[in-house]
Design a protein around this ligand. Structure first.
Ligand code: CP
Ligand code: NVA
Length: 310
């Protein structure tokens, strides 16, 4: 049976650690894997813009001996020129895997159910699992382990926050989420994470006070206040989220060696100050680098066995 990578919630604990461990091996000795996906091809459907996701999947496929083909929003015109179902049924005849970045999460579930090749979630309005895996890989590298660490999320309870909750549940971390009222992570995601993390030592607290979340944290994470697709809400959100800026005085509440994290792109001067994002505590470019190693591991595990046209 083909496997997809759609949500960290779907992974067994074994699979979660298998991806992390393989990513570490690939990062340590990338040349050893230079033929792991020889002649395999990944199609990448983008309905939203990207720098990191496109680059890391494309470079990742090249470094594994395969290649990736970028389908821009204009090329794919999902739902206008052709249905996503028809696009998928074409692609599965030619390529070995599909990465998709889209709006409605249901699009990814529907695509995965219709094709015989692996589907990878490159971000939906609900989740961003590749990002959260790379972030936990980064945390593990920097902190030497994951169990028991406190991760503070400050800002919008969005797709990245949701995937971090699922990763924290697997890793046994404490997560403190500070959002304005009405912008909390979805209750069903929080509930699912709690169920996933029952035995791992995971805990989650929700608050509207960024200072409470940042207190004694090992890492403080933020993201843009208006995600892709929410451009029309930009000004309203800027007003509501202003007290949630991650600045030096907020970072001062966290542990002395606390990291600053951001999935990028960042809106400097809004959700984070230059002083914080450019400080030695900031690991934002390590996070971006680790997207590459992590996604290479995911692709090797999903696309490493040739079952094309089966
Ligand atoms: N963090 C992230 O996914 O970046 P892009 O939107 O540039 O791909
Ligand atoms: N929450 C952001 C993440 C970008 C990588 C968005 O969805 O636009």
């Amino acid at each position: 049976m083909k496997k997809d990578f759609i949500s960290i919630h779907d992974l067994t604990l074994y699979e979660f650690h298998e991806i992390m461990d393989l990513a570490a091996a690939i990062k340590k000795d990338p040349d050893k894997f230079h033929k792991a996906l020889k002649h395999r091809v990944l199609a990448m459907i983008f309905q939203k813009p990207s720098l990191r996701t496109r680059m890391t999947f494309e470079v990742g496929m090249l470094e594994l001996g395969g290649s990736a083909i970028y389908l821009s929003p204009a090329d794919s015109q999902v739902g206008t020129r052709e249905t996503l179902y028809d696009i998928g049924k074409n692609l599965e005849r030619w390529v070995d895997g599909i990465m998709i970045r889209t709006f409605a999460h249901q699009n990814i579930l529907d695509l995965a159910a219709s094709v015989r090749i692996p589907v990878i979630n490159g971000l939906s309005d609900l989740l961003h699992p590749c990002q959260a895996m790379a972030d936990f890989f980064t945390l593990k590298e920097k902190k030497g382990g994951l169990s028991g660490i406190k991760l503070a999320w400050v800002g919008d309870g969005n797709n990245v926050c949701h995937s971090l909750l699922f990763a924290a549940a697997k890793a046994g971390c404490q997560m403190a989420v500070a959002t304005p009222r009405g912008y909390e992570p979805r209750p069903e995601i929080v509930q699912q994470a709690k169920e996933d993390g029952q035995k791992s030592g995971f805990s989650v607290t929700l608050t509207d006070d960024p200072r409470l979340a940042a207190e004694n944290a090992d890492a403080v994470y933020t993201d843009v206040w208006a995600s892709m697709g929410q451009e029309a809400e930009k000004e309203t959100r800027a007003r509501i989220f202003a007290p949630y800026q991650v600045n030096a005085s907020l970072m001062a509440l966290a542990k002395e060696d606390a990291l600053f994290m951001h999935c990028l792109p960042a809106h400097r001067g809004d959700e984070v100050t230059d002083e914080v994002i450019d400080s030695p505590r900031s690991v934002v470019f390590d996070q971006a680098e680790n997207r590459l190693h992590l996604q290479k591991a995911i692709m090797v595990l999903l696309m490493g066995k040739k079952e094309k046209h089966g």
